[in-house]
Design a protein around this ligand. Structure first.
Ligand code: GTP
Ligand code: MG
Length: 211
């Protein structure tokens, strides 16, 4: 797929104010600082589209970007960031959970995992929680340029093995680097394929009951 346009649409904390659920949508989530916003900029070839930072906790809202005027990318705040207050954390968790469970046009969640790390409990639990809710997701390993291929492959294998505790079949994965554009074509092709199957008539437009 060629990305011809990528435009910021809106930032929200309320599901009732999201754009109409009439186009396929893909959400990017993962621990703070894992590289969600950088990956979105890499996929769209638009530096600065999603705001990035060396300091964790940069993205704090549900951010919608419209790609090729036909599908949405959503940049979400990171989970597991220690330096925010408990009440703020609960507030974030609530609306992110609400969004993931109720967004009817959400086709797939990209769960981002830092390829430099051994499997982390918080990531495995997050994958399991989406699995339990029947929310489709794929795994995306980030920052692959930060170490050699052997180390990346080892960590990927370890994560997939750890997932077998929760899943009979481990979901599809991508290995990426925002620096080197690794994984760009694979992810865009995947999205393109899923987009082809999207039928707006299958989406019963979400009627907000509460935020
Ligand atoms: N070397 C390298 N650095 C990366 C890569 N992806 C992200 N980074 C760096 O990691 C830091 C965090 O990136 P962000 O894209 O802001 O991370 P995020 O997951 O959106 O963070 P929050 O919004 O705070 O949750 C930045 O300093 C990026 O430059 C990558 O593929 N390679
Ligand atoms: Mg971010």
């Amino acid at each position: 797929m060629i990305v011809k346009s990528a435009d910021f649409v809106c930032s929200n904390t309320q599901i009732s104010k999201l754009p109409p659920a009439t186009k396929p949508e893909y959400a990017f989530i993962g621990r703070s600082n894992v590289g969600k916003s950088s990956l979105i900029n890499m996929l769209t070839s638009k530096k600065g589209l999603a705001k990035t930072s060396q300091t964790p906790g940069k993205t704090q809202l549900i951010n919608h970007f419209l790609i090729n005027e036909s599908w949405y990318i959503v940049d979400l705040p990171g989970y597991g960031y220690a330096r925010i207050s408990k009440s703020k954390k609960e507030e974030w968790n609530k609306y992110i959970r609400n969004y993931l469970e109720k967004r009817e046009n959400l086709q797939c969640v990209f769960i981002l995992i830092d390829s430099r790390l051994e499997p982390q409990k918080i990531d495995l639990e997050f994958c399991a929680s989406l699995g339990e809710r029947g929310i489709p997701f794929v795994i995306t390993f980030t920052k692959a340029d930060k170490q050699g291929k052997v180390k990346t492959d080892q960590n990927v294998a370890k994560f997939r093995k750890a997932m077998l505790a929760f899943f009979e079949e481990v979901p599809q994965h991508f290995i990426t680097s925002a620096e080197l554009q690794t994984g760009r074509d694979e992810i865009l092709n995947f999205i393109d394929e899923v987009n082809q199957k999207f039928d707006v008539n299958d989406v019963s437009i979400y009627q907000p009951d509460q935020d």
